[in-house]
Design a protein around this ligand. Structure first.
Ligand code: YNC
Ligand code: MG
Length: 398
């Protein structure tokens, strides 16, 4: 019955779609509390310092044991320490938005929630938001209404920076999604996915047939494809900005953001997190695509599934004025994504994942992605807007 969420500035189920976009509650910096609410006896608030590798390690340990699992509890996300450095220290990051709860006696980290600043465009409005992620409570502290306390605390800390809106995603249904996407998976190493229980063997197929179905060539075929370099940042920024104008919900990136999100922040992390490729034709960047690395551990086994997640991409083909423009975009994206699969395979990923967003439905089927059982719901805090299609409910989608 959403006892907590019904008290928050989010749209409710059963309400009509709004006539106009705008905030759900007025805000006043002078009324924001300067200290956090009392925690239950034996626990204390902490600001986790992610410039300290030891504290990143503590967040890693909490998440690797207690973060998101699939509905059958077979797999759990295993965000690496390098991934956390990358995801939580994006340009403009705010230390105070990395919120921890510790046991007072032992100082053990038992809960976490994070925000990073992001400027979003929602239809025609530009919003300074926090992007909330990595909400996690130790399994032994579940069901004690601690999650609302963490959410209110991160809200308070965002409000102290005069940030009144947030974006977040979750697999669970809460009041009230502004969009919903489905996960799709493309096997790269089918046999491994089968052996770990990730992929079933269809009744009408054989192992050998499945392996053949997902085989990929050794080399890419797009002319002019190469790894992105720092010198490409302006061109990629320009192309991505124009490409994203075609959608109702998009982040507004600076050139610095591009360097961070697409170039691994200048390769400063232990492990590589993100791969980005551009297509250069006669000195012009015409296309690019990127994917990032996120493993899942197979619960109860010493194994991991190495997944590549499709990240940002763009193509000049999207701006074609020809009567066949949509077909051209479809052909081009299929060629690019085929090469992305080949590269991910070369880098030893087991599976390539993508959501039903951007122009993804133009290539998911042709590139042999299969629908997963998970959905991802998108939410905005304190912002009213009607449902954004482009996810599974869009007519152009599967
Ligand atoms: C969830 N994922 O409905 P009601 S995603 C938000 N996001 O409230 P308790 C959630 N709310 O229904 P537990 C939620 N899951 O009574 C549950 N809730 O109104 C709501 N799992 O609290 C739930 N990470 O403490 C209910 O539940 C209330 O002990 C119940 O803890 C929940 O990062 C959780 O899936 C999820 O660690 C922490 O199960 C725990 O079960 C856990 O009794 C595994 O809570 C890991 C996991 C969630 C990943 C994510 C995005 C989080 C967004 C949070 C909302 C941000 C709002 C914007 C704030 C900034 C505003 C500004 C400016
Ligand atoms: Mg709890």
């Amino acid at each position: 019955s959403y006892k907590f969420w019904n008290t928050q500035p989010v749209p409710k189920f059963g309400e009509d779609e709004p006539l106009s976009d705008g905030p759900l509650r007025e805000n006043d910096l002078s009324r924001v509390k300067t200290v956090g609410a009392e925690l239950i006896e034996g626990f204390e608030w902490d600001t986790v310092d992610l410039t300290d590798d030891q504290q990143v390690r503590e967040v890693y340990e909490l998440l690797s044991n207690h973060y998101v699992e699939d509905s059958e509890a077979m797999f759990r996300f295993n965000y690496s320490a390098s991934f956390l450095h990358w995801a939580l220290k994006a340009p403009g990051w705010i230390k105070n938005w990395h919120v921890g709860v510790r046991v007072t006696g032992t100082k053990k980290l038992v809960a976490f929630i994070s925000g990073i600043p992001v400027t979003l465009r929602v239809r025609e409005n530009s919003l300074r938001c926090s992007e909330i992620n990595f909400l996690c409570i130790h399994k032994k502290l579940r069901g004690k209404r601690l999650a609302p306390v963490l959410i209110k605390e991160v809200t308070r800390r965002c409000n102290l920076e005069s940030v009144w809106n947030a974006i977040y995603t979750a697999g669970v249904v809460l009041p009230k999604p502004i969009s919903t996407c489905r996960y799709f998976h493309r096997s790269l190493d089918w046999l491994k996915l089968y052996e770990t229980g990730f992929s079933p063997l269809p009744a009408t197929s054989t192992k050998a047939k499945q392996v053949t179905k997902y085989a990929l060539p050794a080399n890419t075929s797009t002319k002019g494809l190469r790894e992105m370099e720092a010198k490409d940042s302006d061109a990629v920024h320009d192309l991505l900005t124009r490409y994203m104008e075609r959608f109702d919900l998009a982040p507004k990136f600076t050139v610095e953001d591009i360097g961070h999100w697409l170039l691994n922040g200048g390769s400063k992390y232990e492990e590589r997190i993100v791969w980005t490729y551009v297509v250069e034709e006669e000195g012009k960047i015409t296309d690019f695509f990127s994917f990032y690395s996120l493993e899942s551990s197979v619960i109860g086994k010493e194994e991991t599934i190495r997944a590549a997640y499709l990240f940002y991409y763009a193509s000049e083909t999207a701006f074609s004025k020809s009567p066949d423009a949509k077909k051209e975009l479809k052909v081009r994206l299929n060629a690019l994504m085929h090469d992305a699969l080949i590269l991910a395979k070369k880098f030893n990923f087991d599976v390539f994942n993508a959501l039903t967003l951007l122009d993804n439905t133009l290539f998911l089927e042709e590139q042999k992605f299969g629908a997963g059982d998970g959905s991802l719901h998108y939410y905005l805090f304190n912002w009213r807007t009607s449902f954004i299609n482009g996810g599974i409910d869009d007519e152009k989608n599967i």
